[in-house]
Design a protein around this ligand. Structure first.
Ligand code: PBG
Length: 322
């Protein structure tokens, strides 16, 4: 006696009926890069078909997002001015703050998430303030508070600290609550690894560290128990949603987190994961669409509730045609 497993694979109909993991637009958050200037829609070389937008050019992409039925965007600012303390990150007329107001005007119901970090805005490119060559954790918290508060004041629905300083979730929750923003939620980049997969993003955001690396704050790729401790503390400190980043090489981390915690989990399908597929697709080595959908399905199957991905717009189109 043996079981005929293939019985449930005989037609597309039955295959669709027994499908355990189904992607849909609610699964995705689309990252958007905003820049100062006018009339800019400039393709990012390291991230094919992803663009830098000036504010006056956001309308098209926001319309695409809404029409695709994507519910959330994640904003990254690429500022003109940098200094030692990331002043342009908490300026009420900074690029992200202006973009939030603009998007709110264009699409009142779109859920706006902002990346809270210092690296794009500091001349040294690190995610915190530096003292004697060392990234000072506790002093950085004050700046992260200023950044998060300025995003909330501009109208962000959710702030997403990506710096990996200890205590930032608690610090941000505190400042938001003190200022009447108790409904602004926190998406914590909890298990964020020191990954080479961020390469294309750093080119897009101009955020490469000018000395050293990020290994004193981002996690070692070999560690998974440590990731559970990071997540647990972010939850205790008040994170509403937790994140694992990157996604593809960290599916086990997503699964462990899913089994251990009940909070919604976001996985970040990062720039390097995207650009590898794009490049290989362009070379004709793989089928971009099939590979992208398989990767996104595997991230969801591993346990992610939401996926931040540069493929979001394409994926929605592909899924509609299926
Ligand atoms: C900022 C930040 C990074 C990413 C998101 N927020 C880069 C980094 O930590 O160096 C990476 C996103 C991607 O690669 O798509 N700290």
């Amino acid at each position: 006696m043996f079981t005929r497993h293939r019985r449930l694979r005989t037609t597309q109909g039955i295959r669709d009926l027994v499908k355990e993991t189904v992607l849909n637009p609610n699964d995705f958050i689309y990252p958007i890069f905003v820049v100062e200037g006018e009339n800019i829609k400039r393709e990012i070389e390291a991230l094919p078909e992803v663009y830098h937008y000036s504010l006056d050019n956001l309308e098209g992409v926001i319309k695409d997002v809404v029409e695709a039925k994507i519910k959330g965007v994640l904003l990254f600012g690429v500022p003109d001015e940098k200094d030692g303390i990331a002043s342009s990150a908490f300026d009420e007329n900074g690029i992200v703050q202006k973009a939030i107001r603009k998007i709110r005007e264009l699409a009142p119901d779109l859920f706006i998430i902002t990346d809270v970090c210092m690296c794009q805005y500091t001349d040294h490119g690190h995610c915190g303030v530096i003292e004697n060559g060392i990234i000072n954790n506790d002093e950085t918290l004050e700046y992260l508070q200023k950044i998060a508060l300025s995003h909330a004041k501009a109208g962000a629905d959710m702030v997403a600290p990506s710096d990996m300083m200890d205590g930032r979730v608690m610090a941000i929750r505190e400042i938001l609550d003190e200022n009447g923003f108790e409904n602004v939620s926190i998406l914590a980049y909890s298990a964020k690894y020191a990954s080479a997969f961020y390469g294309p993003f750093r080119e897009a955001a101009g955020s490469s560290p000018q000395f050293g690396d990020r290994k004193t704050y981002q996690m070692d790729p070999g560690n998974i128990r440590q990731a559970m401790r990071e997540i647990e503390d972010d939850i205790i400190e008040g994170a509403d949603i937790i994140m694992v980043k990157p996604a593809l090489s960290y599916l086990d981390v997503i699964r462990w987190a899913r089994d251990k915690f009940d909070h919604p989990i976001v996985a970040y399908n990062v720039s390097g994961e995207y650009s590898m597929v794009k490049a290989a697709g362009k070379m004709g080595l793989i089928d971009e669409k099939q590979i992208a959908l398989e990767i996104l399905t595997s991230i969801k199957r591993a346990g992610a509730d939401i996926i931040i991905t540069y493929f979001a717009l394409d994926a929605c189109k592909w899924l509609k045609d299926m």
